[in-house]
Ligand binder design. Structure first.
Ligand code: PLP
Length: 405
């Protein structure tokens, strides 16, 4: 199972720990000596039940997920969750207000800090559209804060947030994969921290953690109502999305639809159905769940849990930003995110200064074994993603290349 050891900085799908992939390769052929590959096992088998329950238990352990939250393994990627969070929360709210004579159109507060929160906001606007011309819309999504004027190269400051008094929920993206901004770590609060204290009491907070999941402890875990994360960065292959949802949001969406004033909710998107069935309502993506389970096992056992992972990720980000800041002082590169306290640990975006220099940088990098450094097609430039499986040694090698370039 040997492979050439390259430095893979892909933004997603992303590198996974080699020992995990070696184990997964064996499991693909012959799971635990059963004579059946993991993709050939029924999702109702005791073997698969063991896999998915193990994944959940390790995730609970890593993050210390409180008992009043359910962990779901969903399909459809982070993009489907843009809709699912809205549909489930609107259903829960509709049931809460079932005795209201007139159901008021709820606002929804979006914090728009980059490409992914923009997409989530756009999806909410689409699903909020009235069921017929002239009818009442299902909701009124609005922007509670945005970093758009800076072209998403920083984050809003504390006084730039304007939350509604009674929003259905507040939505933010913890780490903007394309732009390279991330809300500051729990132990380093700053003017760019997410302002939980400004969110009116009782308003659920939803966070997209797709590209920073299991990279460091989650600040104020219990201040979130829902945390979603596509697996394909730090957790496993694409195809499975983790949803950690507070149990009061597991509601019967059919009951809510009968009350009216909410968009239709496909049964596949109903969190209660997923929770009631242990994420096995229909056939789940068994292989991505299997690999994710192996990654979680590895993180707990080999990486010393969340604290160990955090320490390595901090060192990686500090190493690369130090090299970039020094190179910027020499005039060879320019960091995209200007405010240091708003910079992502996971996705580090920069530009190479000078005509034709970017191609030279990428060609030289490729020759040295650095892979997948090209920035997202929508913004260009360079992006180095430092997910959990990227080693400090790989980052030091890249830092050296940047310093010498
Ligand atoms: N949210 C974030 C932060 C992402 O980085 C991505 C994808 O890269 C998505 C959402 C969308 O996820 P998916 O491609 O699984 O739909």
């Amino acid at each position: 199972f040997a492979r050439e050891q390259v430095h893979n900085f892909a933004a997603g799908p992303s590198p996974l720990p080699t020992p995990v992939l070696e184990k997964a390769a064996v499991g693909l052929l012959n799971y635990n000596g059963t004579g059946m590959g993991v993709c050939e096992l029924s999702h109702r088998s005791k073997e698969f039940k063991g896999i998915i329950e193990g994944a959940e238990a390790n995730l609970r352990k890593l993050y210390g997920v409180p008992d009043n939250y359910s962990i779901l393994f969903a399909q459809g990627g982070g993009t489907t969750q843009f809709a699912s969070v809205m549909l489930n929360i609107l259903a829960a709210r509709r049931i809460q207000h079932k005795d209201d004579k007139e159901y008021a159109v709820p606002t929804i507060d979006y914090v728009v800090t980059g490409s992914w929160s923009s997409k989530a906001y756009a999806e909410a606007q689409r699903l909020a559209l009235p069921p017929a011309p002239g009818a009442q819309p299902f909701a009124a999504p609005r922007i509670a804060a945005t970093a758009k004027p800076s072209k998403f190269t920083t984050l809003p400051k504390q006084d730039e947030y304007d939350f509604s008094a009674d929003a259905a929920y507040v939505y933010y993206c913890e780490n903007e994969t394309i732009n390279g901004t991330e809300f500051p770590a729990a132990d380093a609060p700053s003017e760019f921290s997410f302002p939980f204290d400004k969110v009116p009491a009782g308003v659920p907070v939803v966070a997209d953690y797709s590209s920073s999941f299991v990279s460091r402890p989650i600040a104020n875990f219990d201040k979130h109502a829902i945390i979603v994360a596509g697996a394909q960065k730090n957790l496993g292959p694409s195809g499975v999305t983790v949803v950690i949802v507070r149990n009061d949001l597991l509601v019967d969406t059919t009951e809510a639809m009968k009350l009216g004033n909410i968009p239709a909710v496909p049964i596949q998107s109903e969190y209660k159905t997923l929770a009631d069935n242990g994420s096995l309502y229909n056939t789940p993506p068994t292989f991505p769940i299997y690999v994710s389970a192996l990654v979680l096992e590895y993180l707990v056992a080999e990486r010393d849990g969340m604290k160990g992972i955090e320490a390595t990720n901090r060192a990686k980000a500090e190493t690369l930003y130090a090299a970039l800041d020094a190179a910027e002082a020499k005039g060879t590169v320019r960091c995209v995110v200007r405010e240091k306290l708003a910079r992502s640990w996971m996705n580090i975006t920069f530009e190479i200064v000078g005509e034709g220099k970017e191609k030279a940088f990428l060609d030289g990098a490729e020759a040295l074994g650095f892979r997948q450094l090209k920035g997202h097609r929508s913004v260009g430039g360079i992006r180095a993603s430092l997910y959990n499986a990227v080693t400090l040694e790989s980052v030091k090698a890249l830092a050296e290349y940047i310093s010498n370039f």
